[in-house]
Ligand binder design. Sequence first.
Ligand SMILES: NC(=O)c1ccc[n+]([C@@H]2O[C@H](COP(=O)([O-])OP(=O)(O)OC[C@H]3O[C@@H](n4cnc5c(N)ncnc54)[C@H](OP(=O)(O)O)[C@@H]3O)[C@@H](O)[C@H]2O)c1
Length: 270
Amino acid sequence: MDSPVKVGFIGAGHMALAIAQGILKTDEVIPSNVMVSAPSKNNFHRFQDMGVVVTHSNEEVVQHSRLVFLAVKPHLVSTVLNGISKHVTPQHILVSIAAGVTLETLEQLLPSRSCVIRMMPNLPCMLQEGAVLLACGAAASQEVGSMLKNLLSPCGLVEVGPEAWIDAHTGLSGSGVAFAFVFAEALADGAVKMGMPSSLAHRIAAQTILGAGLLLRDTGKHPAQLRAEVCTPGGTTAYGLHALEKGGIRAATVDAVEAATERARELGRR
Ligand SMILES: NC(=O)c1ccc[n+]([C@@H]2O[C@H](COP(=O)([O-])OP(=O)(O)OC[C@H]3O[C@@H](n4cnc5c(N)ncnc54)[C@H](OP(=O)(O)O)[C@@H]3O)[C@@H](O)[C@H]2O)c1
């Protein structure tokens, strides 16, 4: 890829901002080489504050950039791609983050042999702690996938895999964030029931989940091993875990990931 990399975003929403913030942490992209488009000015100030160029023209973004992120809502993808398609060349790399829009659909809407990548981020990308899965289209080489993986690394964990995993990733990680929020809420509810003030309980619940996540990520240990390390025979955690298992937490969580994955599949077929 040319240096410095010219990057464009079609759509100036939450995800575009999160990805732009991540990419600008690398040395490979400078703000004046990034351009973002949207119909209104509503979100432009957040990009302008970073030194990113803004425009109302999606076509200008494609003409300016080699790497183009498509960051509009899924129902707008076909309209937007119809508008830019004539400017897309074999040198472009088009990365769609639109949930449920398949590589096949994207490739059909673009000139043949266009280099297309499907990317599924999650909300913590906003804090550079996201979990991102990339799936390469037919004309996207392994090198392009690796280049993108490097460029996106400040956004969090970035992995490349087959498109068939994208829906499971959505269930695990996109929706999984909300599942973790429910668990945090329930943890705090338990402490409130035991007499702790609500705001303190919520702060401690958040820190507990953060700490557990960091331990999992940074030690690389299996969750069962870490759980065993916390669990003294006859102790508090053993009693608490028994209560959790009686409540069916494990089966309910597997069901939740399965249901979210199936729903992502269903939306993708529409
Ligand atoms: N948010 C998440 O957690 C998450 C996770 C995974 C994937 N995604 C995917 O990310 C995509 C964007 O989501 P988001 O949450 O960032 O949405 P968002 O905050 O609503 O942003 C959408 C952006 O698209 C712009 N837009 C609308 N019509 C356009 C057009 N014709 N041409 C160019 N830009 C246009 C909007 O412009 P204005 O600024 O003028 O309103 C806005 O800046 C979606 O496809 C979603 O499925 C989101």
